[in-house]
Design a protein around this ligand. Sequence first.
Ligand code: NAP
Length: 329
Amino acid sequence: MYAVTLDGFGEPDVMRWAQVPDLPAPGPGEVLIDVAAAGVNRADLLQRQGFYPPPPGASELLGLECSGVIADVGAGVRDWRPGDRVCALLSGGGYAEQVLVPATALLPVPDGMDLAAAAALPEVSATVWSNLVMRAGLHAGQLLLIHGGGSGIGTHAIQVAVGRGARVAVTAGSQGKLDRCKELGANILINYREEDFVATLGEFGGADIILDNMGAAYLGRNVEALADDGQLCIIGMQGGIGGELNIAALLGKRGTIHATNLRRRPDTGRSSKAEIIAELRRQLWPSIADGTVIPVVSAEIPATEAPAAHRLLDSAGTIGKVILKIREP
Ligand SMILES: NC(=O)c1ccc[n+]([C@@H]2O[C@H](COP(=O)([O-])OP(=O)(O)OC[C@H]3O[C@@H](n4cnc5c(N)ncnc54)[C@H](OP(=O)(O)O)[C@@H]3O)[C@@H](O)[C@H]2O)c1
C-alpha cells in the first residue's frame, strides 16, 4: 500500500507519498479500513518534527483519525461488517491507504454525510466530549470559554456546548474566525489581539468552564477568568509547558484544573478511548446523524501534497479542520 512516510524528522517536505508494506489481516477484535481521508492534527506536526513519538505498539505512520470503508473484520467483531462507512480514532497510521484499528475505536458515518468530511470528527469529538462533558460535566446555563474558537477543536466545542444549552465565549485572533464562531452559536466574541479576555469574562461573572489550548501562557489569566467553582480544562500547550500557578487564587474560587491527553489513553478499560467512543456514540452521535453538529472543514488536500496540508494547519489561515484525502472509496 501507499502511505505518507517520513524521510527523517523536520520541515513538512520530509513527508513523501511512498510504498510501505501491506498490513496483515485483522486480528481478533480488529478491523481493516480502506482509508478515504485522514484528519490533520497539531500532534502530527510535532511527530513529523520528532517531538511526539507514537505510543508503544502504535503505527509509526502519522494520522490520529480517519474515515473510510471497512475492508475486513477480525474474529469476534460482531457490530461491523465489510462495506460499512466508518470513522475512527487512531493511535497512528491514518495517513495511509489502509489502517488496522480496534473495533472499539469506530463510529458510524451517517447516511448522507460526505465520507472525507467525517475524518474531521473523531479527534475533536473525543477530545471535546471527554473534557467538557465526561470530566467537567458541562450543562445548560453554564458559561464556557473556548480559547481558539476558530480551531478544529473550537468549532466543534461551540456546537456541542450550544447543544447542551450552555452560553459560549470564544477567543480568536481575527474577525473572520469570530464571525464563523458566531454562526456556530458562540455569543461572546473576543479578539485576543485587541481585548483582554479576563476583563470581558469578568463582566459576565467569570467562566464556569474554560477549554484551553494555550497551556502555560494563559495559566494565570485563565484562573483569573474562572467563576467560583470554575473548571479549567487544559488540552493544549501552544503557549508552553511550564507555567506558574497562583494556588491562592485557585483555592479562593474552589477551582479545578483538568489536563488530559487523548492519544496516550489505553484502547480499552478505565479512562480508555473505547469508553469515550461508547459515550460519543450514545450521546453525541444522534446530533451528528441529524446534522445538528456538523464537521467543520477548512480544506481538503490530497495526501500526495501532505507538506501543504501541514503548512496550512500551521498558519493562522484555517477555520476548522484540515483533511488529507487519501483515496476515493
Ligand atoms: N489533549 C488532547 O487530547 C488534544 C487533542 C486534540 C487537540 N489538542 C490540542 O488542542 C488544540 C487545538 O487543536 P486543533 O487541532 O483544533 O488546532 P488548530 O485547528 O491548529 O487550532 C489552533 C488554534 O490556536 C489558535 N491560537 C493561536 N494563538 C492563540 C492565542 N493566543 N489565544 C487563543 N487562540 C490562539 C489559532 O487561532 P487564531 O488564528 O485565532 O490565533 C488556531 O485556531 C491544540 O493545541 C492541540 O494540540 C489536544
